[in-house]
Design a protein around this ligand. Structure first.
Ligand code: NZQ
Ligand code: ZN
Length: 389
């Protein structure tokens, strides 16, 4: 294994009823004013808003609401939230939602305490912290990004057509409340998309050096088998607590840095999806579902032994009578079949991308990752996009 330093500052409260039990106590030390940040309104339909508001009100908090955080949060929205936080001298940001809400909150937590140009100094280039970001706590309502246990904030700058993220340990939420029953109301498509995002985070880590026996790959294989099992069960019964709670923790495990320790990581598919999102505003997990099998057919030869291991250990592909290459390809095929089974798109057309979209411009704007088995070129990424159509 490669050398590493590990720390994760987020304190996690997990399980049914955790918000009722701990939220009041957790907000105590952050002053009188809480900024409640949320998305397009799902929390008003499923009772979460009411539950959270009643706890905050009973605790004597003044609640400033910041609703309307969109999927793929924009830099403009970050600036809007920053203004509100500053004007009201907010003591705690409380994000209630999925990755979009959590990421927007992390960016606000920096911007509210920083005088310079946040995009330039923290997203365009790596930022320097000589200040403490505004305290942030999160309540997760959908499994997928694992944003609750890292400092990553993926933001879309619409003007520049760039969707990008950076992971600042200083932005790890101070606390994260994970009640799996809050995810019961997530529509099936979004649940599948979030589930695939989990799988993608694990695969992007697994398919990279080092490949000698290591703890990360062992945990990753177990997690991948779990996500496949639990997604199937949750699609059958959306209120299967076991499946939903497993998915919620698998999501955190995918992105709480543990499986990344000692690995180089790939994440080229994430780079491609982020730029596709910057140009088309597509759904994150669904975009990843379209890209992964095609990308893997482009790189499997450079990582043949690992793709074979993936087919055998994750998908249970039979090795009988097959060459190594046939086994590896059968694993990628099993992944593609699973994408279809859970109702996600397998082409850019299915994803709703217009045929006149400038795929060349999107390809040229993608970051090339150093950790992949095969280093991409912008031409090969363009070829992948065209194959995805
Ligand atoms: O906005 P509302 O009305 O709340 O509805 C949301 C939204 O439409 C809905 N939803 C969430 N919880 C629900 C629910 N609907 C019913 N019941 C509930 N309990 O789900 C929809 C999608 O929400 P969103 O937060 O956008 O989804 P997700 O968690 O997949 O987050 C995606 C964003 O996170 C970024 C993605 O790029 C994208 O911008 N990522 C963040 C990462 C990180 N910080 O570590 C890593 C990821 O790779 C990813 O890039
Ligand atoms: Zn992701």
């Amino acid at each position: 294994m490669n050398n590493f330093i590990f720390e994760n500052a987020t304190k996690v409260y997990f399980g049914k009823g955790c918000v009722k039990e701990y939220l009041a106590c957790l907000t105590k030390q952050y002053g009188d004013t809480v900024m409640l940040c949320y998305g397009g309104g799902s929390i008003k339909k499923n009772g979460v808003y009411e539950e959270v508001m009643s706890i905050l009100t009973a605790a004597g908090k003044t609640v400033i609401e910041f609703p309307g955080i969109m999927a793929n949060p924009t830099y403009a929205k970050v600036l809007e939230g920053t203004k509100l936080a500053r004007e009201n001298n907010v003591g705690l940001l409380l994000g209630v939602g999925g990755g979009s809400v959590m990421d927007c909150c992390k960016a606000i937590s920096i911007a509210a305490r920083y005088k310079g140009d946040v995009w330039k100094d923290f997203w365009e280039r790596a930022g320097i912290f000589d200040f403490e970001p505004l305290p942030l706590g999160v309540i997760v309502t959908v499994a997928g990004t694992g944003s609750e246990c890292n400092g990553g904030a993926v933001i879309t700058n619409e003007e520049l057509k760039i969707k990008t993220g950076r992971d600042y340990p200083q932005c790890n939420p101070l606390f994260a409340l994970l009640d799996p029953t809050y995810t019961y109301s997530v529509p099936e498509f979004q649940m599948a998309s979030g589930g695939f995002d989990i799988l993608s985070h694990i695969m992007e880590t697994y398919f990279s050096d080092p490949d000698a026996a290591n703890v990360s790959d062992d945990i990753s294989e177990a997690l991948m088998r779990g996500v496949i099992r639990d997604l199937r069960a949750a699609i059958k019964n959306p209120e299967d607590y076991t499946a939903r709670s497993n998915l919620m923790w698998e999501s955190t495990m995918g992105e709480n840095r543990i499986i990344k320790l000692g690995k180089r990581m790939d994440f080229e598919c994430h780079q491609m999806e982020h730029q596709l999102g910057a140009y088309t505003d597509c759904n994150h997990g669904a975009g990843l579902a379209v890209l992964h099998p095609v990308y893997y057919r482009h790189i499997y030869k450079e990582g043949l032994a690992k793709f074979k291991q993936f087919a055998l250990n994750v998908w249970g592909v039979s090795a009988d009578g097959k060459t190594d290459e046939e086994i590896a390809l059968a694993g990628i095929e099993a992944l593609e079949d699973f994408i279809v089974e859970i109702g996600l798109p397998v082409s850019l057309q299915d994803l709703g991308v217009d045929e006149n979209t400038d795929l060349k411009a999107i390809a040229d704007s993608c970051v090339i990752m150093p950790g992949s088995y095969k280093k991409m070129t912008h031409e090969e990424i363009y070829a992948i996009f065209k194959e995805c159509f």
